[in-house]
Design a protein around this ligand. Structure first.
Ligand code: NI
Length: 226
């Protein structure tokens, strides 16, 4: 499932991060690339130990914790500390698959990359190109979102970022280890949860709601690893 989640950050949070990102110390993006993806990766990143990156990373993690759609869709077990990248002057990232396991730098913590996420800081009108193109079993999706919006897609997908030919594209990107490893099971639980929530809104006292909520939790109990 590829999911667009709007307004993960407030306008104030976006503005705060934009000021920080404008003054940040950008370095060559190859530092976090694996052997193969380093050959196709041409962008800039903030160092993982950069205090500015860590401050914005915490802000993003807090925003994710209050976002019901994200929690239901990702069923997060662990979230990798958000990283930040910038593309300009023709920079791009060729087709690749993200590494399956990411070590959090300077810690013993590892995250299995069940889901990939990109959170946009610059708007579609601020740069040319720079689409995130994701290939999954349902076809090819081209994604370019307003500031503060996030796209979530399976870590198993082939993906690339098209060249930014004008302006600059600034985003945060990170990975999620889900309590439910398989995309199929996770998507089914998300659809089920959305359906139950809709009935709860439309017919709050429907007698089947307790039963349906029970089915959701029993499926989650069957599939979740915590
Ligand atoms: Ni990637």
């Amino acid at each position: 499932m590829l999911l667009h989640i709007p307004d993960v950050l407030t306008q104030e949070e976006v503005a705060h991060c934009r000021r920080t990102l404008d003054n940040a110390a950008w370095i060559d993006g190859k530092v976090t690339a694996g052997y193969q993806s380093a050959k196709t990766k041409d962008n800039q990143q903030l160092d993982e130990s950069d205090p500015a990156a860590q401050e914005m990373g915490s802000l993003i993690l807090n925003a994710l914790e209050r976002n019901a759609t994200f929690l239901s869709a990702a069923l997060p077990h662990k979230v990798f500390p958000p990283l930040f990248n910038r593309y300009e002057g023709g920079q791009n990232f060729g087709t690749h698959v993200d590494n399956a396991i990411r070590q959090v730098k300077g810690t013993p913590h590892r995250v299995r990359t069940d889901l990939s996420a990109t959170l946009f800081f610059t708007g579609p009108d601020e740069y040319e190109g720079g689409e995130l193109v994701v290939e999954d079993t349902y076809g090819v999706h081209s994604v370019k979102l307003p500031p503060g919006h996030l796209v979530l897609y399976p870590g198993t997908s082939l993906h690339h970022v098209r060249p930014v030919t004008q302006g600059a594209r600034v985003c945060s990107f990170f990975w999620i280890q889900s309590m439910v490893r398989e995309d199929f099971a996770r998507t089914l639980l998300f659809d089920f949860d959305m359906g139950v929530q809709r009935i709860t809104m439309d017919v709050p006292d429907h007698p089947s709601l307790v039963q349906l909520t029970g089915v959701y939790h029993n499926l989650l109990r069957r599939w979740a690893e915590v």
